[in-house]
Design a protein around this ligand. Structure first.
Ligand SMILES: [Zn+2]
Length: 202
């Protein structure tokens, strides 16, 4: 059984601001690694803090989420390409698995830092070698109940949605994936040449 994480104290500094103190660094990192956290269906945004700062100096504008992908083609299945795709959701932080290991059914996931003031990006168009532009969708894990499933913002619940639907650019965050992406495809195409019989048979 995993040892319990020791929290020494929790202080409420203002209505919705808390300072959480841990017994040690390992415990703190364990909690940060498992973001996002929720309290009663509300997103709990965690930021590192030290005592020479005041809580008001910390910006709670972003949070970390794991995303998985729908619609990935064979040529997208490398950490380098996943990294480029994930950049359409937010600031890329991590890809899992990181190495170019043979893929099992679970596929890739990426950790991204998303801007909480913008709608959650639902996917991106990407280029492919044989199918032309293709849609790759994002699925976020642990999106809190108290968020909007219509316009994908965190500022209100779905039932309270008065926001204009997100614009195409907001949703797609179409990035400059084109050039870089083509290069990645060629690189991974070359690297996998001996095994990519599917492509050679076309
Ligand atoms: Zn809404």
């Amino acid at each position: 059984m995993e040892p319990k994480t020791e929290v020494t104290y929790i202080v409420v500094t203002q209505g919705n601001l808390f300072i959480i103190s841990f017994e040690n660094e390992i415990d703190k990192n364990k909690i940060l690694k498992n973001e996002p956290w929720q309290i009663m269906g509300y997103l709990l945004v965690l930021k590192k803090f030290s005592l020479h700062l005041s809580p008001q100096q910390i910006a709670f504008d972003t949070a970390l989420f794991w995303i998985t992908f729908t619609g990935l083609q064979l040529e997208h299945q490398s950490p380098e390409v996943i990294k480029l795709l994930a950049a359409a959701a937010g600031t890329f932080r991590e890809v899992d698995p990181a190495e170019n290991a043979p893929r099992m059914a679970a596929g890739y996931r990426a950790r991204v830092e998303v801007d909480l003031h913008k709608p959650l990006s639902q996917g991106t168009m990407t280029e492919t070698l044989y199918k032309g532009p293709t849609w790759v969708g994002f699925e976020y894990s642990s999106v809190p109940f108290h968020s909007c499933k219509k316009c994908f913002r965190f500022t209100h619940d779905t039932a309270m949605c008065n926001e204009a639907p997100p614009t195409v650019t907001e949703l797609l965050r179409i990035t400059t994936i084109g050039g870089k992406f083509q290069q990645q495809i060629h690189l991974s195409g070359k690297r996998n040449h001996s095994t990519s019989t599917q492509r050679d048979n076309k």
